[in-house]
Ligand binder design. Structure first.
Ligand code: SF4
Ligand code: SF4
Length: 440
């Protein structure tokens, strides 16, 4: 269990971020108090103050963590753990799925395109004999030109790979265009697949520039039972509020650019209307190794980030890729662990300062029209993230090779057009050149 030291020692309640009377601390006071409270080696306490970070190995938890909270997904009647297993890079690691089951994870998120279908197959093999203990999400990029029969065929192939005759949640994958939602073929497919008992609930996933517009349309037209969207702590109004409240001078030094400022409001609406809200890409780039120096006492950056999004009343649960036993235990430890506290806030603030100027905001797309050579900058940055931060170079190489236009043109360009377009100040030209070299 994490060190969840209450801020108010008198009544033991975790007052830190839960809305009770809160002190306004300067950074010096904040560091001093949190260091004292958690034994000097507390997590995230060196907030860019100029000194070297404390480094205390967090070590494995003393016991195996298990899922402690289960949630209902809107009006669907589908119950899932607050933290679900993402199979984005799953290939043959069936034992990872078994370990996740042992830890109480009973919802698995996949897609027909993940690892070119191998993720669904591995999941199907791993869940043989356990299908009725779990729920599944799969996804497919249904385009307006895809007929109902084509979509049924794709679904049947997923069912075969997964070794089941129904999928609990079936999503139109990575939607960034209202035309894909307006498609009568897609709507008729959903109706037919539900009628035939091949899917229980339907919805969309998304993380790109027109995400909010697509979500609003889907809600207006009552097209979805579930949504799965990219969402992280830095997009949550509560993160900014708490940062300003407790780390005022530090907050002023950070220029947090929010993508989709209307997203929290839209998710709140979805939740209020009985649509299940699941989120992904919750680690804002997942530069976890860069944060290890600042973690201690069993609390990690990832756990703080997961706790923050799970504390959002609009969010039902999250999906996160799990690629090792250690990763499973680290993430599961955050399940049902309550509201984030000041030490979580400190770790996340540290992360913000770390990624400033180098993190491409998922869903930003402000540079979409900037490149005269039509380099898909946001896609190239996302693929770079798979390689550098997620440590799945094989996925990155495959995704990069599938781009219609790659970053070849960046090697002979001064980078001025894209630099002007990026509000985050990313050195796009040099990052793209490096990505191209690494992935080709
Ligand atoms: S460096 Fe030049 S070619 Fe590369 S993305 Fe920027 S504007 Fe386009
Ligand atoms: S490179 Fe900059 S402008 Fe382009 S999507 Fe990323 S953050 Fe937005």
């Amino acid at each position: 269990m994490n060190d969840r030291s209450p801020t108010d020692d008198s009544d033991g309640s975790n007052c830190a971020l839960s809305g009770c009377e809160e002190p306004e601390w300067t950074r010096r006071e904040f560091l001093s108090r949190t260091i004292r409270r958690s034994g000097a080696a507390s997590a995230g306490l060196v907030l860019g103050a100029g000194g070297q970070p404390l480094h205390v190995a967090s070590g494995p938890p003393a016991r195996s963590p298990t899922i402690r909270k289960r949630v209902q997904l809107g009006r669907t009647g589908i119950e899932v753990p607050d933290i679900s297993f993402g199979t984005f890079s799953l290939t043959t690691d069936e034992e990872l799925v078994h370990l996740a089951l042992d830890r109480g994870i009973t919802h698995f998120d996949t897609a027909e395109g993940y690892t070119a279908g191998r993720a669904e197959s591995a999941l199907g093999r791993a869940l043989r004999g356990r299908r009725h203990d779990v729920t599944l999400t799969s996804k497919y990029r249904a385009m307006p030109e895809h007929t109902v029969q084509h979509q049924m065929d794709v679904l049947e192939r997923s069912l075969r790979r997964l070794g089941t005759d129904y999928i609990d949640i079936y999503l139109n994958h990575a939607v960034n265009d209202i035309a894909r939602l307006q498609s009568e073929q897609w709507q008729a497919f959903i109706e037919r697949a539900k009628r035939e008992g091949k899917i229980r609930a339907a919805g969309i996933s998304g993380h790109s520039g027109r995400l909010v517009e697509c979500l609003d349309h889907a809600l207006d037209q009552k097209l979805v039972d579930i949504v799965l969207v990219a969402y992280n702590f830095a997009q949550q109004p509560s993160f900014r509020e708490k940062l300003t409240q407790h780390l005022k001078d530090f907050a002023a030094s950070l220029d947090i650019v929010t993508t989709h400022p209307k997203l929290p409001e839209t998710l709140t609406r979805a939740h209020a209307e009985g649509v299940g809200v699941m989120v992904m890409k919750t680690l804002k780039g997942a530069r976890k190794n860069d944060m290890r120096f600042f973690e201690a006492q069993g609390r990690t950056f990832a756990q703080s980030a997961l706790r923050f999004v799970l504390s959002d009343p609009a969010v039902d649960g999250l999906v996160i890729s799990m690629k090792s036993p250690e990763m499973i235990d680290e993430y599961v430890e955050a399940s049902g662990s309550g509201a984030p506290d000041l030490e979580d806030l400190a770790l996340l603030a540290r992360y913000e300062s770390l990624v400033a100027g180098s993190y491409c905001q998922i869903g930003c797309d402000l540079c979409a029209e900037a490149c005269p050579a039509s380099v898909p900058i946001a896609d190239t940055m996302r693929i770079r993230m798979y390689d550098r931060d997620y440590a799945i170079p094989e996925v990155a190489v495959r995704e990069y090779a599938s781009l219609t236009v790659d970053a070849t043109a960046c090697s002979a360009c001064d980078g001025a057009p894209c630099a002007r377009a990026c509000p985050n100040g990313l050195a796009i030209a040099s990052l793209n050149r490096d990505t191209h070299l690494r992935l080709t």
